[in-house]
Design a protein. Structure first.
Length: 297
């Protein structure tokens, strides 16, 4: 049985840990509120823009000439993996890394064996995980979350777009955590490039006839402007989703850690009281035994 000093030391240590996890939970909750507002406000805009791109590019003749729609045999792949910079958020980062590895195994196994799968890491944890696994990792945008803004994500999107347009990559996909609520984050995989046109009927979810569009100022100018903006928006939405998911996962993990620390404190206090009681009983027995020995003498 542990001594009273050891049990007291453990109680002090667990109590300090509980205070830290409780504080981290409160910080994560505050950050989550802001991040949740950002993604809930931005998501409808991003979804509508993507729908517009799919429907317009499906019927626009000039869109077929866009370098971002050119489908070709996939030999070189870029995966944009969005994780966090820090841990202590449960399985948040692990799930994204597993999702990316599953995608590689199921879809790009041949390219991976040839060393033609490159990882663009947004978030340090994902970059570190894939470096350990021997993948080529682009770390230029790994610190996006240190000062999250559209301009920083835009730079990463432009690098991926330029790489695809120049033939450096034949496919670009994004792997990230989609935010549902504080307790639920879902790993998503989205194809960023090449663009897959969505017929108007499919976008509307019905078998309606194809709509004829009137373009102003011109079809070419609109599509040329819409495609790059939509691609950048798509990546920014994924990053905002991941940011909110991270804070939700960390809040949930710290809440669970605080509860576990409370349960451990109850057990340690019970052990402490039992140990203290046993020590007192032993002292009483020793005193009684000594008194009886003196009386017998």
């Amino acid at each position: 049985m542990a001594s009273l000093k050891e049990v007291r030391s453990r109680i002090t240590s667990v109590n300090s840990t509980q205070q830290i996890t409780k504080a981290m939970k409160m910080v994560a909750a505050a950050k989550l509120r802001r991040a949740q507002e950002n993604i809930t406000q931005f998501r409808p805009y991003a979804q509508k823009l993507k729908q517009m791109l799919g429907t317009v590019s499906a019927g626009a003749e000039t869109a077929t000439d866009s370098p971002y729609k050119q489908a070709r045999p996939v030999e070189r792949v870029l995966l944009i993996v969005v994780t966090s910079d820090r841990g202590l958020c449960g399985a948040f980062n692990t799930n994204v890394v597993k999702g990316a590895l599953t995608l590689i195994d199921e879809k790009y196994a041949a390219q991976a064996r040839s060393g033609n799968v490159e990882i663009m890491a947004i978030g340090k944890k994902g970059g570190e995980a894939f470096i350990r696994r021997g993948f080529r990792v682009n770390t230029a945008h790994m610190d996006v979350f240190t000062s999250l803004s559209f301009s920083r994500v835009k730079a990463a999107a432009e690098e991926a777009m330029n790489g695809f347009a120049s033939g450096q990559y034949d496919a670009v996909e994004i792997v990230y955590n989609e935010f549902r609520n504080a307790a639920v984050q879902i790993v998503r995989t989205e194809q960023m490039l090449p663009i897959v046109p969505t017929p108007p009927a499919a976008a509307a979810g019905s078998a309606t006839s194809v709509t004829n569009y009137l373009f102003e100022p011109s079809e070419e100018e609109i599509v040329t402007e819409l495609i790059p903006k939509t691609l950048k928006t798509q990546l920014y939405k994924a990053v905002l989703d991941s940011n909110a998911s991270e804070h939700g996962a960390r809040m949930t993990a710290m809440d669970k850690a605080t509860e576990n620390a409370g349960e451990l404190l109850k057990e340690l206090r019970l052990v402490y009281n039992r140990t203290r009681q046993a020590a007192i009983t032993t002292e009483i027995l020793e005193i009684v035994g000594g008194a009886e020995a003196l009386a017998a003498a």
